[in-house]
Ligand binder design. Structure first.
Ligand SMILES: C[S@@+](CC[C@H](N)C(=O)[O-])C[C@H]1O[C@@H](n2cnc3c(N)ncnc32)[C@H](O)[C@@H]1O
Length: 215
């Protein structure tokens, strides 16, 4: 059933390049990763997806959690248009999308949870603390922010990830955070952080940060 959900999301995009990207993206972040991240999301309430891209993950978590309202934000207008169209085609009225820059994100009310999947390394480092603080303000005490990003170590895995990031989006700046540095920034923004590696068959240094908003 779940892999059928993934297939129907991929079919909802017309552009063969986007479909190919989605196969690769879902191929890398396998079902196990979707479940690993999804287990921390609440079943109901608004959930923010910062840097949502084409909407792959927000569409998945909207389809598998009809009580949630997924709210995706991305700086790329074309990706937002594709995400909106895919949501319409899939009949998901609990996934909505907005074009905007994460650097300007201030939050506009309380949400049940938020996540950022492979976006922190695309945001200029000086803007990350303000973004994390804005996310903290949107969450109730105990509310979760999930961050999936890549570590700087081991170096060989970082270079592998960098080469793929540059192949996908050559002009997009990339700056990886070491796991201790990002955990410290999250802590400084008011989160209690648990982090663990997400082991992959490909040499990605994935780290999942499970962050709970402190009082
Ligand atoms: C590697 S993609 C990840 C997309 C999606 N989270 C996923 O996991 O498939 C990074 C995304 O971040 C978006 N992005 C980069 N800088 C951004 C910014 N300053 N504000 C909002 N989105 C941004 C890009 O447009 C792109 O869609």
């Amino acid at each position: 059933m779940r892999s059928e959900t993934v297939r129907s999301i991929i079919r909802s995009y017309d552009d063969p390049v986007v479909r190919a990207y989605c196969w690769v993206r879902f191929g890398i972040l396998r079902q196990r990763f979707l479940d690993e991240i999804g287990q921390y999301l609440p079943e109901t309430g608004p959930v923010l997806d910062i840097g949502c891209g084409f909407g792959l993950f927000s569409l998945y978590y909207a389809a598998t959690g009809p009580g949630r309202l997924l709210r995706g934000l991305d700086v790329d207008a074309r990706r937002i248009a594709l995400a909106r169209r895919a949501a319409r085609r899939l009949g998901l009225d609990n996934a909505v999308y907005e074009e905007g820059d994460a650097r300007d994100f201030k939050g506009d009310g309380e949400v049940a949870a938020a996540y950022m999947l492979d976006i922190v390394h695309h945001v200029p480092p000086a803007s990350v603390p303000a973004l994390l603080a804005a996310l903290r303000r949107c969450l109730p005490p105990g509310g979760r922010l999930l961050v999936k990003d890549v570590d700087t170590r081991p170096a060989a895995k970082r270079w592998f990830t960098w080469a793929l990031d540059k192949a996908m989006a050559p002009r997009t700046p990339v700056r990886y955070w070491s796991a201790p540095a990002l955990a410290s920034a999250l802590d400084g923004a008011g989160f209690t952080v648990h982090r663990h590696l997400m082991v992959d068959v490909l040499p990605y240094p994935h780290v999942l940060y499970v962050c709970e908003a402190r009082r």
